[in-house]
Design a protein around this ligand. Sequence first.
Ligand SMILES: CC(C)(COP(=O)(O)OP(=O)(O)OC[C@H]1O[C@@H](n2cnc3c(N)ncnc32)[C@H](O)[C@@H]1OP(=O)(O)O)[C@@H](O)C(=O)NCCC(=O)NCCS
Length: 196
Amino acid sequence: MIIRPYNKKDEIGWVRCRVLAFLDTSYFDNVLTKKEMYENPAIELVAEVNGIIVGLLDIEYERKEKTVCSRGNGLGGMIWHIAIHPDYRRQGIGGALLCEAERQARKLGLNRLEAWTRDDEWVNKWYEKQQFSKVDSYYQVFIEDAEEFKGKLESCVPKLYPVTTFAHYVGEDVDFITSAFKRVHECSCYEKKLQA
Ligand SMILES: CC(C)(COP(=O)(O)OP(=O)(O)OC[C@H]1O[C@@H](n2cnc3c(N)ncnc32)[C@H](O)[C@@H]1OP(=O)(O)O)[C@@H](O)C(=O)NCCC(=O)NCCS
């Protein structure tokens, strides 16, 4: 297994690895058909085994405070994508990608990494195992059924009827939200301080 910078020629392998990695997670329908590119500079790494992309990690980072991350002081990096091909999980590849990214991040003068993830327990555990701490959370609500809209959400455009919706809930009445809608995910913010 080698860890190296992402190259434009890796794009198909990158997209395939990400789709497969998300299939058994709460991000199963978050499918990209192209690799995401960033406004700011990014650490973009892949893990390769026998010419196949089996892991990926993208961290967009700040050159100016508070341009990418949602919190903290000084310069930080945001993990937008981390994914390991399901046949290669629990072999230390995610940890190795993160370790190389942290080495590069320190060299760039970043003092922390931020990541947001949904409520897949094992993924949250992975962040904790990598010394990230949970610092915040909110709820993501998918409304996919006409019945769920009734009395809760409506369009103000005549004859326009929402069929599905994706919404953020940042309030306190979590019991109401989780009982009113079938698909609700807690989305947690993890932060790791980097030692200089
Ligand atoms: C989470 C993820 C990045 C971890 O990468 P990885 O290479 O499998 O993890 P590592 O080998 O570095 O670390 C293994 C540890 O992660 C946790 N872990 C990983 N996969 C797990 C699973 N299927 N079940 C339980 N724990 C798991 C465990 O703590 C494990 O340690 P252990 O094997 O000693 O119990 C990877 O499994 C993945 O791609 N998940 C799906 C994509 C995703 O949800 N990405 C984050 C979206 S923000």
